[in-house]
Write a protein that binds this ligand. Structure first.
Ligand code: PA5
Length: 436
């Protein structure tokens, strides 16, 4: 169950009407980018037989690996990491540990990683829909060569799994030639909406997380959001944030008092940033983890420019219990908290923060989930995807494309003298010399 609360003054009916229209546009598949609505059909993208295959593949990787390297970037990386970091016990020494690569171009990181992999048993999951994303392809070339050198070509077949497009792209060709196990990213699901496909599900299963329960939570949420705009959590959230945008609050800060949600917030940032930020529109998505960031961003939130609203992502019930003990000396003067659960102290910190920021002129929305488990996280993922699609349509943009991401790639290819970019290379060189 997801609850959305806010104390925003909804005097303006126009925003609600726009959100309701956006809802109809989405569920009737009539909007821009409607060829990318595959994520809405949970039964299809995560069928029983696919889940079985994913689980079997995950089990065989678990058996032979101390480490599994997951290589991918953006939508091919953040969803899996969000779920794994949220649900896997933090100080677990259980095999395999997950290492993430392919989401940057750090030479030091890659060379340190390769040296480390020489000393341990590992497998690789490479994820790229296009198969040509530079960051992922660079890491994968290094990793695949390392793996084949270490284990030999035949044994590498058991250790490398590719998740990619069903026919297009270099990675698919490579996987077929090398006879690596591969899974398909459906054509009708874009990167940032793909966490509930093999893109997210295989790494999540390798991390020992119950993917069936994750999918079941998403399915339940999809049933509860698709019928009507009444008592619809995604509609409430889209309504609240678009109302605030209309009032001049251009920045949404997703705030959680649970550090395990750091990467869930990173995933949310990509989902909303890439879906809404176009045509010079969109709410800028930012994220903080409190109380840590109250000691860094707290001052700005309290007294900086009043263009920010906060969305608190809260969990009702903690999994574990830890109480502050009494101390006879009481040097730290904490005995007034003795016997209290840490979660109780954290909840009061949250209440205190919401009230203080409200006094400082920061409006608040709160999204509550019952517990941090597979069922609730699956529901939360679907909820955000649905709310994001409605919000994008409310703004009048296509929430499923990302034309702006190409600009840096074009420049990078030109600067690196990729074939076909010779003219752009000359032009960029002239610009660079002019600014020197
Ligand atoms: O959401 C998106 O579409 C992007 O973030 C992509 O997932 C990202 O660029 C990686 O692309 P690919 O999977 O083709 O390597």
């Amino acid at each position: 169950m997801i609850t959305v609360k806010s104390d925003i003054d909804f005097t303006d009916n126009i925003v609600l009407e726009k959100v309701e229209t956006a809802f109809q546009t989405l569920i009737s598949h009539q909007g821009a980018g409607n060829e990318f609505l595959g994520w809405m059909d949970i039964d299809k993208i995560a069928s029983q037989s696919l889940i079985k295959d994913l689980q079997q593949t995950a089990d065989s990787l678990i058996k032979i690996s101390d480490y599994v390297v997951v290589a991918g970037i953006g939508g091919s990386y953040l969803g899996a990491r969000a779920v794994i970091e949220a649900l896997r016990p933090r100080f677990l020494s259980k095999k395999p540990q997950i290492i993430y690569a392919g989401h940057h171009l750090s030479e030091d990181f890659l060379s340190e990683l390769l040296s480390f992999l020489s000393t341990v048993d590992y497998s690789i999951i490479v994820i790229s829909k296009s198969g040509t994303t530079t960051e992922t392809a660079v890491a994968f070339r290094l990793l695949a060569q390392h793996c084949e050198k270490k284990y030999g070509q035949d044994a590498s077949k058991k250790r490398i799994v590719c998740i990619t497009d069903k026919e297009k792209g270099a990675l698919k060709k490579f996987a077929d030639i090398k006879e690596y196990k591969s899974f398909v990213i459906p054509d009708n699901v874009g990167g940032r909406y793909s966490v509930l496909t093999p893109v997210g599900l295989l790494p999540i299963a390798v991390a020992g997380i119950n993917i069936k329960a994750l999918i079941s939570g998403a399915k339940e949420m999809s049933n509860s959001l698709s019928d009507s705009t009444v008592n619809n959590a995604a509609v409430s959230y889209a309504h609240a944030r678009n109302t605030l945008l209309n009032q001049g609050f251009n920045i949404e800060v997703m705030a959680s008092f649970e550090p395990k949600l750091f990467f869930l917030i990173e995933w949310w940032k990509q989902l909303f940033g890439e879906s809404e930020g176009k045509k010079n529109k969109g709410i800028f998505p930012a994220g903080v983890v409190y109380t840590t960031d109250l000691h860094s961003m707290g001052q700005y939130m309290q007294e900086g420019q009043r263009i920010v609203f906060e969305t608190f992502l809260s969990i009702n019930k903690e999994k574990s219990m830890c109480k502050l003990p009494h101390d006879n000396d009481n040097f730290d003067q904490l005995n007034y908290l003795a016997g209290k659960r840490i979660s109780e102290i954290n909840k009061q910190a949250k209440m205190g923060t919401i009230l203080a920021h409200k006094d400082g002129g920061i409006p608040a929305i709160e999204i509550l989930i019952d517990a941090l488990d597979e069922q609730n996280l699956g529901a939360l993922i679907y909820f955000f995807e649905f709310a994001c699609a409605i919000s994008g349509y409310t703004l009048g943009v296509n929430p499923f494309d990302q034309p702006g991401v190409e600009a840096y790639k074009k420049n990078m290819f030109a600067l690196l003298k990729k074939e076909g970019f010779e003219k752009e290379h000359e032009l960029l060189q002239k610009r660079i010399h002019k600014t020197k």
